[in-house]
Ligand binder design. Structure first.
Ligand code: PLP
Length: 491
């Protein structure tokens, strides 16, 4: 069971606001933890949402994000997701490559819009050493600064987008303040040079993040008291009018939510094998650190702390392995210290600290079909919500393209129908097309029930279950036929 404390989230946000230049804006990266209550808390506190998928977009919108303030980032965006995001009114897109830029522009034109884009830059310098590097060397992220230089005419000629500035995210999980500062001031310099070369008036400058937090081990979230003044000076030097002309953004996931979460688990079995004691927990890489389980990250070395004052066993050996309930040796959460092994007995509750970021949704949630961990949110000492994620299988809808949409000259329904659809599926945006993909817009089984109830109320009809084969709710047009059939029965 995860427990997230919103008080810690509020503290982390306030600390980070105080660390970055006054007047800058914080974005919350939903990838760290898309739990609606955490997202809602950070939005209410003044953060804007940074999303990298339509799933994250719909979570952000449902949690109260204003579409025009959403920042849509990430590599490999598809034409379909971009159309959904543009229709939903997303304000700014970060483009990872020139292909990505063309795709964002095409989606904007398809929807008769113009959107702001920032170019994600892979800088040439890599001054900040520490942390997990994402750009500053050969990278799948961003466009190399030397590729962007000299493309002024080509970039200016892209219709459907307004080039609004630049996006940097070179490092993550950086404890060393000087490294972070060097990297960010380097980004400011690069942005100024690029702006001059490409003739871009920088209205948006996203300097990224990299703000750290311990993961699954004890420790304090670092503070960055020495960042604000020199970074403000760098902005003043390279963009003297930035306060009036430029939204300066910083992004953070783990630093904002990491220390808000603890994973509580219970020891299901304790067994000794050839000198090693194994504690089998009721949590594993299906709940925490799935990426390390499959070898994509360093092995997890979770610290576990006994909860409550259980008696220490006299005979406990020093070595203990903390393993999960999955049928693979990869399901190892760590090796507990000797003081933990003394407490480990069947039924003992243990706590893994600092797991508010990259917890359930970064884990192997479907592997072996065990339930996802419960997620409990507390605020001011009271429980706010208790829920868990559920994986649902659904039929895949036939693929439709926006070109097919445009061949439909008229929409067959009345004015109420698209409004009801958009209430339940905000990702459809204001102009609902007959062949829009309802599942891609978020129509899962819960949304379906909600939609049916609203349609029955709006049209004062009953829609029999027999009318609801999966094809019926593939598109607005197919679902409208069901509504029409129900209406015909009332005449
Ligand atoms: C572009 C971008 N923004 C934000 C983040 C969030 O990182 P963190 O949780 O370390 O703040 C990442 C993480 O990889 C990222 O790639």
């Amino acid at each position: 069971m995860y427990v997230y404390d919103l008080d810690r989230v509020r503290e982390a946000r306030a600390d980070l606001v105080a660390a970055v230049p006054e007047g800058a804006q914080l974005l919350y990266s939903l990838k760290a933890n898309p739990h609606p209550d955490l997202v809602g808390e950070l939005l209410a506190g003044g953060c804007h949402a940074e999303v990298s998928s339509t799933g994250e977009l719909s979570t952000a919108l449902a949690a109260g994000a204003v579409p025009a303030e959403v920042f849509y980032t990430g590599p490999g965006k598809t034409a379909e997701e971009l159309e959904i995001a543009v229709r939903a009114g997303v304000g700014t897109f970060s483009c990872e490559s020139l292909v990505d830029l063309q795709r964002v522009a095409a989606a904007a034109r398809e929807c008769d819009r113009e959107v702001d884009v920032v170019l994600r830059v892979n800088g040439a310098e890599a001054p900040g050493g520490a942390g997990m590097r994402m750009t500053g060397e050969a990278s799948q992220f961003g466009t190399d600064v030397e590729i962007l230089m000299g493309r002024r005419a080509e970039l200016a000629g892209v219709r459907g987008v307004r080039l609004a500035g630049f996006h940097f995210f070179p490092l993550t999980n950086v404890y060393d303040e000087q490294s972070l500062l060097d990297e960010m001031t380097g980004s400011v310099r690069t942005a100024a040079a690029l702006a001059g070369e490409l003739g871009i008036e920088v209205r948006v400058l996203d300097l990224g993040g990299g703000f750290a937090c311990p993961f699954a081990k004890e420790g304090e979230r670092p503070r960055y008291p020495g960042l604000r003044a020199p970074l403000t000076a760098a902005l003043d030097e390279h963009f003297p009018r930035w306060r009036a002309t430029t939204r300066v953004l910083f992004e953070s996931g783990r630093h904002l939510v990491g220390d808000s979460g603890v994973l509580l688990c219970t020891v299901s079995d304790v067994k000794d094998s050839r000198g090693t004691r194994f504690a089998v927990l009721d949590t594993g890489i299906n709940h925490l650190g799935g990426l390390s389980g499959i070898g994509r990250l360093l092995p997890l070395a979770a610290a576990v702390l006994p909860v409550g004052s259980g008696d220490a066993e006299e005979t406990a050996p020093g070595k203990i392995r903390l393993v999960g309930p999955l049928c693979t040796p990869a399901d190892t959460l760590g090796r507990g210290a000797a003081d933990v092994s003394a407490h480990v007995r069947v039924g003992q509750i243990l706590a893994i600290p600092n797991v508010g970021a990259y917890g359930p949704t970064a884990s192997l949630i479907g592997f072996l079909g065990r339930p996802a961990a419960a997620e409990i949110v507390v605020s001011d000492g009271d429980v706010v919500t208790a829920s868990r994620l559920v994986l649902v299988r659904e039929p895949v809808a036939p693929h439709t393209t926006s070109r097919q949409e445009n061949t439909m000259e008229t929409t067959p329904w009345d004015a109420r129908y698209p409004k009801v659809l958009a209430e339940v599926l905000p990702r459809l945006g204001s102009s609902v097309g007959p062949d829009d993909n309802l599942r891609a817009a978020g129509l899962d089984s819960l949304a379906l029930v909600d939609l049916l109830v609203r349609l029955e109320e709006a049209y004062d009809v009953t829609i029999p279950d027999d009318d609801l084969d999966p094809e019926a709710f593939a598109t607005p047009a197919s679902l409208w036929q069901v509504v029409e059939a129900a209406l015909a029965r009332t005449r």
